[in-house]
Design a protein around this ligand. Structure first.
Ligand code: APR
Ligand code: MG
Length: 196
């Protein structure tokens, strides 16, 4: 969805009935692990391979049975991630941003949620039993936050994948604003840092 416009939540909620709303969440957890015994993992950050071959965040369309954006988001998380998603709830306090695209008329709302590493690994273990596994969701992936010695392996190579909508921008903005990368990484990666 090229050319999405950032808008405030209040404005998004006033869009007319011709608009569909979708909510997605970045789930993350502090991770003290070391790759090869020396490269700090820092955080486990979840994305998913979607049915369309693109990377995105778990979540989806909010519909009439949902009483709020967050009800819709948590229902989608149950469907896409399975039983371990019932151990937490993504709330309005976890809301980050909204973007609207006009063709089709979809407004997407983005949330971030910090879990414990135990909660996050429970999500990964349970995901193959989720309703949508093998259908709309082809698998969960962790985002590598490090850059290997060749300067490409890790996050730079990951960012070369194809992402749905503005998921790549949502990811970069969250990594920056939540302080998930090592200091100075954006400059070294030659990725322009998204606005604060
Ligand atoms: N940024 C912008 N748009 C996004 C993002 C994102 N990060 N992630 C998803 N979208 C768009 C998708 O392109 C889709 O139009 O938001 C909409 C809903 O998100 P999905 O997660 O794809 O919706 P979901 O309810 O999980 O189910 C997918 O939608 O495309 C249909 O028929 C298809 O049944 C399928 C369903
Ligand atoms: Mg979805």
């Amino acid at each position: 969805m090229a050319g999405m416009r950032r808008l405030e939540l209040a404005e998004a909620l006033q869009l007319g009935p011709g608009w569909r709303h979708a909510c997605h969440a970045l789930l993350y957890a502090p991770d003290p692990g070391l790759l090869f015994g020396r490269v700090p993992l820092r955080y486990a950050v979840l994305m998913q391979m979607r049915f369309d071959g693109r990377l995105g965040f778990p979540g989806g369309f909010v519909d009439l049975r949902d009483h709020s954006l967050e009800d819709g988001l948590n229902r989608e998380l149950d469907e896409e991630l399975g039983e371990a998603a019932a151990a937490f709830r993504v709330e309005r306090a976890d809301y980050r941003s909204s973007h609207a695209g006009s063709r089709p008329r979809v407004v997407v709302h983005f949330y971030t949620k910090c879990l414990t590493l135990e909660q996050l690994t429970a999500v990964e273990r349970g995901a193959p039993r989720a309703r949508d596994h093998g259908l709309e969701v082809l698998g969960l992936v962790r985002v590598p936050l490090y850059t290997l010695r060749d300067g490409v392996g890790g996050l730079p190579a990951f960012l070369e994948n194809t992402f749905i909508g503005n998921a790549r921008e949502q990811l970069l903005e969250a990594l920056q604003n939540l302080g998930l990368l090592e200091a100075g990484s954006f400059a070294r990666l030659k990725i322009s840092a998204p606005p604060p």
